[in-house]
Design a protein around this ligand. Structure first.
Ligand code: SF4
Length: 59
């Protein structure tokens, strides 16, 4: 998304889509999510994510 500034490495909240790729790809592990918030989010989506869904195509 080019949301991260190459000048000061801050993320533009208007451009960032919260995909978390920067957390996975950063070799210095500079980006982190609060552990408690991650657990809350994980618990909130666990039910939906535990059920296999068929692929759908939306045109
Ligand atoms: S969460 Fe995704 S869109 Fe946002 S800064 Fe990281 S990689 Fe870019």
């Amino acid at each position: 998304m080019r949301a991260i500034s190459t000048y000061d490495f801050t993320a533009d909240s208007q451009t960032c889509i919260s995909c978390m790729r920067c957390m996975c790809d950063c070799p210095a592990h500079a980006r982190k999510v609060n552990g408690l918030m991650a657990k809350i989010a994980s618990a909130a989506i666990a039910k939906e994510c535990n059920v296999r869904k068929e692929a759908e195509l939306f045109l």
